[in-house]
Ligand binder design. Sequence first.
Ligand SMILES: C[S@@+](CC[C@H](N)C(=O)[O-])C[C@H]1O[C@@H](n2cnc3c(N)ncnc32)[C@H](O)[C@@H]1O
Ligand code: SF4
Length: 382
Amino acid sequence: MDSLALYIHWPFCLAKCPYCDFNSHVRDKIPETRFAAALRRELAHEAARIGPRRLTSIFFGGGTPSLLSPENVAALIEDAKTLFTADRNMEITLEANPTSIEAGRFAGYAGAGVNRVSIGIQSFDDDALKFLGREHSAAQAVAALELGRKIFPRLSFDLIYARPGQAERAWRAELATALSLAADHLSLYQLTIEQGTKFATLYARGAFRLPDEDLAAALYDATADAAAKFGLAQYEISNYAVRGSESRHNLAYWRYQDYAGIGPGAHGRLTFGETLLATSRHRAPEIWADMVESTGTGATVEDTISPRDQAREALLMGLRLAEGISLPRFEARTGTKLPDAIDPAILSQCVEEGYLTLTDSILATTPEGRKRLDAILPELVL
Ligand SMILES: C[S@@+](CC[C@H](N)C(=O)[O-])C[C@H]1O[C@@H](n2cnc3c(N)ncnc32)[C@H](O)[C@@H]1O
Ligand code: SF4
């Protein structure tokens, strides 16, 4: 039976962080009952057309899914298990924010079947948390991590580095704290200024500056170096794990496998026979809910992805991974041979300069190549 990863989007947050361009919204009163029911309805609708699949992962992302009650999380998990065939090792992740109220729900989520939590810590420095507009303190972050580690078999947390004024020494110290609290997985992101965010306005006005390219590169190297010493390998540009503890759900994206996306703004990639379909949902929460209530789904445009675009997408995703791209898998999935999808001259140059490696069966980036991936990809991929 073909495998499937399932993404469920919860679109609400207590406050909008100034750096964030995720589909997240603040409401005076979160309409939980309505949205949980709409998610269940859209899941059933999507499952009916997808048909039988072996479900390898469920990921509750957001927004802040830890604002959803354990009862509703349990109902969605039970639905998914009934509608699909649960894999024996099904990974069920929930993104959580470390405020005390939400941390108190951890036991409920574990009881609902969540076996992995991903906590948005962002920083262990109170001033940085304030700058990032976070609703929690460093002490609350540590408490949430300690509680989470007791309750969940697997735990990851997110940090944002390369912040304004952050020196390498300060980041190394923060990283040491992070590693001392880490379980089996970490997501460490460089701060990026996303269009349309509050930070984009402030940055354009010159209200703060970001580390220059050299410092950002040094911070990135320091990150990989410290994590490796702690036994967490960089398996994707921003993701570090103990071997075997990589996020199975995110690996499905990067390996360009099928996934369904439920909820406002969620995307999917679904194979139907010979066709690979790109699915998307209306981004506005209330419009999405209206659509689900009247038709069973908030789906918007659905496009068939051409073989050329499939090859392109598979390369953009796969080259983020240290394991690289399996060429037999790439060809079977996209129907395209690698030489037809990349520029041979750029490939040779990147191999010569130590940014890419190519064997009979694998194309991969080296650590140096991953650092420059944004510059390499537009040149390499046809
Ligand atoms: C959907 S959010 C996480 C969920 C949760 N609401 C939270 O904030 O903790 C996913 C992660 O992306 C990262 N992120 C979001 N915007 C970012 C940006 N502009 N630069 C760097 N990292 C960012 C943050 O680390 C965040 O935890
Ligand atoms: S970073 Fe998380 S909490 Fe902040 S606005 Fe984005 S999704 Fe919401």
